[in-house]
Design a binder for this molecule. Structure first.
Ligand SMILES: [Zn+2]
Length: 131
């Protein structure tokens, strides 16, 4: 059984897979075609940390089409344990309870549903770490 193309293309996001420049070691997520530090085009996979903390965040009350049923929701800039930063939705949390420095962990969740095609997009999101 062949893996659908859609699924294969989603894997990097699902796994929080970035790229590390083999020339200078700079790390990128999402991947870039050319290293912004040294101009190299040679990269190897870099698995991002799955735990980090909230640097800053915003509460989305007027989301774009496809996300209406999730509102209000939190989108945060998250610094991972390996120093990488990314933007992600934060789930399983009351928007009023999000704080700078809050520990979060990656989870694999439904991101968006396309009503016409029935395709459901999955990707990473983050949720508070339950102590
Ligand atoms: Zn480089």
């Amino acid at each position: 059984m062949s893996v659908p193309r859609y699924w294969r293309e989603e894997v990097p996001r699902y796994r929080l897979l970035g790229k590390e420049c083999t020339g200078c070691g700079a790390k990128f997520f999402p991947a870039r075609p050319v290293c912004t530090e040294c101009g190299s085009t040679e990269f190897k996979d870099h698995k991002l940390a799955e735990v980090g903390e909230v640097v800053t965040w915003t509460v989305i009350r007027n989301p774009p089409p496809g996300f209406e049923k999730y509102k209000p929701y939190v989108v945060a800039l998250i610094e991972l344990e390996d120093g990488m930063r990314l933007l992600s939705q934060v789930v399983d949390v009351d928007p009023d309870e999000v704080q700078t420095g809050m520990s979060v962990e990656a989870v694999f969740r439904r991101v968006k549903e396309d009503g016409k095609t029935g395709i459901i997009q999955y990707g990473y999101k983050f949720r508070p770490v339950v102590e």
